[in-house]
Ligand binder design. Sequence first.
Ligand SMILES: Cc1ncc(COP(=O)(O)O)c(C=O)c1O
Length: 386
Amino acid sequence: MDRIATLKPTAVNAILAQVRLLQASGKKITSLMRGEPDFPTPPHIVEACTKALGNGRTRYPDNRGEKALLEAVAAKLQRDNGLTYDPGTEIIATSGATFGIYAALAAILEDGDEVLLQDPVYDAYHSPIKLLGGVPVPVHSQIVAGRFSLTAEALEAAWTPRAKVLILNTPWNPVGSVLTRDELTAVAEFCERRNLWLVGDEIYEAITYDGAKHLSAPAAAPQIRDRYIHVNSLSKTYSMPGWRVGYCAGPAALIQRMFMVLAQSSRGPATFIQDAAAVALAGPQDCVSEMRAEYTRRRAKVLAALQGIPNVGAIAPEGGFFAMADIRALNQPSNEVRKRLLEEHGLVVIHGSAYGPGGEGTLRVSFASGGQILDQGLSLLRQGLA
Ligand SMILES: Cc1ncc(COP(=O)(O)O)c(C=O)c1O
């Protein structure tokens, strides 16, 4: 089979291509689409990078990760997540969460293995699964009491004997749910019962609202630790998406297999980037709470803008920087609504169905950008939906 032919651009990339065409024809476009924080990287992290460059930290990195970064990750996992991992054997540094997910899947999957995925979910999980010979299987989720939830019944309904791994994203892109201790316990029990690996993408962990608190699955259900791979990165928490640095933690034998994949491909983030990442994780964390406070203000603006429009509601995110407009009562495919917002109002958002059939009836509105872009975008959104 030609695996490359099965790969698809993400919704963001496909829509970006349409946007560029419209822009080339002179149309002014406002985007509430991307998941890219608009804050500059905090200055002490930038300084750590330039200092490392000045100190000649430009040689090949330790492919497993530089010692200072691995130790900073171990200390962070203890401090923020209450988890103990050995920096020598149970952690690796990766080029973002994207490579962490790829390496975890490469270490686990054999041809034809099924990978369970929340539906709707971040659409960049599908291509690495397919590239590695796996088969994505959606776990249907529904809006119950104003939020998308993941239930044991839906997990069981999606399971077949070919299932090998569940990817779990919490806080959950695009829908904004932060899985509760009970939900995580149910997921952990399911993975144990069905002998599955659990790959946890925790990239939005620091961005939560209204008292919701992120929990890593093994903190909620310690029995899952030996089948759990923690995937994280600095892209969102420290506004470092272009630095391409992240990390994974898990049982030593699996981390060793992931290291084999990494050593034959990316060989890890640049040495000076790893030095700066260690400073980000180990240094003062005020920048993280300042960004969270600003996202909280933006979230309130988005939710206010979605009030009072006939047949439109809002799903208030518990975490992340996306809100879902609930347009089920409009009775139109979300992709049609998205296209009209773009073509008639010059606004880019993403249709919920881009994230799986479970996302139909919603639109993802990003508040990763603030200021004038957000104000202008929300005014176009109100106009368009009304
Ligand atoms: C759920 C999720 N995982 C992973 C990523 C990619 O992360 P990174 O920049 O660390 O590769 C994103 C980026 O939007 C995301 O939303």
